[in-house]
Design a protein around this ligand. Structure first.
Ligand SMILES: [Zn+2]
Length: 162
């Protein structure tokens, strides 16, 4: 294999300034996972800012593309994910599902709620409409959702047996 690292393209001044500015946001400034270390990397799947140590875990646990904040060019899609995403949105979403602290990082990025968040963010960044229903937040919502499905099924069977 040739030394592909030699092909790396440095970011331009505008991109650097944009990321510097994005990292001035108090939520983005610190790692969304450990909340202790300053952000140095970006998880392109979930649109979140993380520290160097957590970045290594993210590569292993989420298999998402993880980019350093500085030193290389970002493509348009990644810039859009950064624009629509961010640590506060992800944090608020986890709060909604009450899974911000209870759930281990390895599971936090793999469960159904997280997958919905990621797909929604990615579709927004691609400019594609996303119509998948948001996952239920709690037991009550889960029961309501299944009751609605059962309702539809029983309506169908009623019509069938009429
Ligand atoms: Zn961290």
């Amino acid at each position: 294999m040739p030394d592909v690292s030699a092909y790396l393209m440095k970011e331009n001044a505008e991109q650097k300034a944009y990321i510097e500015n994005t990292l001035k946001d108090p939520y983005n400034a610190y790692c969304v996972d450990c909340k202790e270390e300053p952000s140095t990397h970006f998880n392109v799947g979930f649109g979140i800012w993380i520290c160097t140590n957590c970045a290594k875990l993210h590569v292993q646990e989420t298999s998402e593309r993880v980019k350093p904040a500085y030193g290389e060019i970002w493509d348009l899609h990644t810039l859009k994910v950064a624009h629509y995403g961010g640590n506060q949105q992800w944090h608020d979403y986890l709060e909604e599902y009450k899974s911000s602290n209870k759930v281990k990082p390895s599971w936090r990025y793999k469960n159904g709620n997280s997958k919905w968040y990621k797909r929604n963010l990615q579709m927004r960044a691609y400019g594609v409409a996303f119509s998948e229903t948001k996952p239920p937040k709690n037991f009550k919502e889960t029961m309501n959702a299944s009751a609605q499905i059962l309702d539809k099924v029983s309506n169908k069977t009623d019509a069938f047996f009429r």
